[in-house]
Structure formats: C-alpha cells, structure tokens
Write a protein that binds this ligand. Structure first.
Ligand SMILES: CC(C)(COP(=O)(O)OP(=O)(O)OC[C@H]1O[C@@H](n2cnc3c(N)ncnc32)[C@H](O)[C@@H]1OP(=O)(O)O)[C@@H](O)C(=O)NCCC(=O)NCCS
Length: 328
C-alpha cells in the first residue's frame, strides 16, 4: 500500500496588533477604498516589540500544533521553515523554532521560495514521509513582512502583514494525504520582486541604507501579470494531471496576495467563490504563512477525503500547486 503524507493538524498564529487601511492612510497617500478595491485587503497584523523575530510567531504556532495533535515533542523527526524574513542570516530560523518548541536535537532547516515557500516546504517534507524515513514532520510557513516593508512606499506597504502557520505531516495508507505536487522557478524574474541589499551581493553599507535597499521592492504590474498566468496555470495543470474537474474540488487554497489574482485562478479552474479559501481581508499577504493560515481558519469546514488544491506564486519567480485529500 502506498504511503502518503497526510496533514494531521494545523495551527496558526497572528500577532495582536491590527494595522487597518485607515491607519495606513495616515502614513502614506492611500485610502481604504483604493486598497480594498485593488487588493481585497482591509487589515493586517503586525508583530511589535524590540527583538521580536519571525521565530516568535512560529514557536507559538508549533507549540499550539503539538498540543492540538497531542504530540510529544520527542516524537517529531524533522522541522522545516519556509520564510524570507529569518531572525538572522544564520543560524536558520528552523533551528530557533525547534529549540524554542522543545523539539530537541532534530534536523531542522529553512527553505526560501518567497510566497511559494510553504508549497515548496510541504513538497520537500512529504518526501521524508513517503520514503518511510520519518513519521512526524512539521512544516512551518512564517514571515514578519513588517521587518522588510518600506512604510513610505504606498505601492508595497499596503499589501503585507505578519503571521505564522504550521502543519503536522504523518504517514497514511488510507488514500488521503498529498497526492501530487509540482513546483517551478524562474530566477530571471528577480528584479521584479526582491530585497536588493543585505545579502552577499550588496552587504549593508551606509549607501544601501540611505537608498532604502533593505526593503522589499516590487514592480506591481509585472508581478500581477505573472501571477495571474502562473498561479492559474499551476492549478489547472495539477487538476488535469489528476483528472479533476471543478466539481471534484472541495476547496481551492490560494496564496493570498491579491483578491483579483485569486478570483482569476478560481475562474480558470471552474470553481465558484464559495469553494475558495479567503482571509486576505484580515491578514493581507503574509508570504509563506498565507496557505497554512487559510487551512487553520477553514479547518472546521474540512471533511476527510475532501479534495484540496493549493496554489501559490512569489518572488524568484516561484510558483506551484499541491493536490491533497484532507485527513489521515
Ligand atoms: C500592487 C497592486 C495592488 C497595484 O495595483 P494596480 O492596479 O496594478 O495599480 P498600478 O500599479 O497600475 O497603479 C495605479 C495607480 O495607483 C497608484 N497607487 C499605487 N499604490 C497605491 C496606493 N496604495 N494607494 C493609492 N494609490 C496607489 C499608482 O501610483 C498609480 O498611480 P498613477 O496612475 O497616477 O501612476 C497590483 O499591481 C498587484 O497586486 N500586483 C501584484 C502584487 C503581488 O501579488 N505581490 C506579491 C507577490 S507574492
């Protein structure tokens, strides 16, 4: 019997502070009307406080996941963290999360694929389950986007928020679990969406700081065009490969970057809005955390055997999709 990796628990964490469109309109020249109509976002959460990194949110999510799934920390075999806002350049944020959640000396590492990071990490984590190497793998998607957002740039600061989500992967032979996944990249898209300085190519200097090059920069329209095509393509491709029609899919779980991109993807898949997970209005784009936060929000509406299609795109460019059947 084939072993699949099933999601047996999901937990999210968002910080308390709510940054509304109204508050943003006191910082930059924007309005609730513009942000809502162009993106679907009404508010986002911000992690405040000195010395508070991405791991703070991820540890909360992982501790909650352990409690919810009644998992003894010693049983966990591996932890992966998808993020573009690590606490430090090194060590990896996954190391900090594992230590902070009491997981002991397990292998743990970060994986960077921007907004597609969670799908990448889910795909990698599931391999360890399918091969029989490990029995409990935690996959985290977490980002403190407020640490790299320029709150003087109205074209980006309205889009992003902070948050973390974590899932437990375990082996299943019931036919449920991750059935198929596909991930893609095209590094020639780098200049459309990136943080220029702070890495090895442009280490921090007075000049990079004065030029505000430590913030995320994007060409909104170029990213929009890419996203509409690639996310829909990835979702449609995995449906075709698995002989799924829109009627077969219980839920589309899309990366939450812009409601207009989500709507276009659902339309291409032949899926009505009632089957699309949506929480962008509450959290904005939390990068690697959007998909686990959606699963967390909609968990009570999911039934064993439900067909879920997860789809994402992000900086790189990166994009991809995962088809899974919910439940162990
Ligand atoms: C960023 C985004 C919402 C902008 O929407 P858009 O409809 O493409 O808007 P444009 O960039 O064409 O800008 C239209 C006008 O609105 C203005 N504008 C941009 N941001 C604004 C804001 N926050 N408030 C008010 N006006 C704004 C622009 O300056 C421009 O003004 P102009 O016509 O006088 O030059 C959209 O391009 C987008 O969602 N892109 C993809 C972003 C994304 O998904 N990123 C994450 C990838 S994982």
């Amino acid at each position: 019997m084939k072993i699949t990796a099933a999601i047996t628990g999901v937990q999210g964490y968002v910080p308390d502070y709510v940054l509304t469109n109204e508050e943003l309109s006191t910082l930059v020249d924007t309005s609730d009307e513009w942000i809502t109509s162009r993106t679907g976002i009404k508010e986002r959460r911000i992690l405040k406080g000195e010395g508070q990194g991405t791991s703070v949110m991820a540890i909360e999510a992982v501790k909650g996941l352990l409690a919810k799934t009644q998992t003894n920390p010693e049983e966990v075999d591996l932890l992966l963290c998808a993020t573009v806002t690590p606490d430090y350049v090194f060590p990896s944020t996954a190391n900090l999360i594992a230590a902070g959640s009491g997981l002991g000396h397990i292998p743990s590492f970060d994986l960077g694929a921007a907004c597609s990071g969670f799908l990448y990490a889910l795909t990698v984590g599931s391999q360890f389950i399918e091969t029989g190497k490990y029995r409990k793998v935690i996959v985290v998607g977490a980002d403190k986007m407020s640490s790299i957002v320029d709150y003087t740039d109205r074209t980006t600061c309205v889009l992003f928020g902070d948050g973390a989500g974590a899932v437990m992967l375990e082996p299943s032979t019931s036919g449920n679990g991750i059935i198929d996944s596909q991930i893609y990249s095209d590094g020639s898209g780098v200049s459309h969406l990136f943080q220029k300085a702070g890495g090895s190519k442009y280490p921090p200097t007075l000049e990079t700081i004065q030029n505000r090059e430590h913030y995320a920069r994007q060409e909104g329209q170029a990213v929009f065009k890419f996203a509409v095509v690639r996310m829909a393509e990835a979702a449609a491709e995995i449906m075709e490969r698995n002989n799924l029609t829109g009627d077969d899919v219980a839920w589309l779980v899309p990366h939450q970057a812009n409601k207009r991109i989500i709507d276009a993807t659902a339309q291409r898949m032949g899926i009505g809005p009632e089957k699309v997970m949506l929480n962008i209005h509450r959290y904005g784009n939390t990068t690697a955390a959007t998909i686990p936060l959606c699963l967390w929000d909609y968990e009570s509406q999911l039934n064993p055997g439900d067909n879920l299609v997860l789809a994402a795109f992000g900086g790189g460019f990166t994009w991809g999709s995962v088809y899974l059947k919910w439940g162990k």
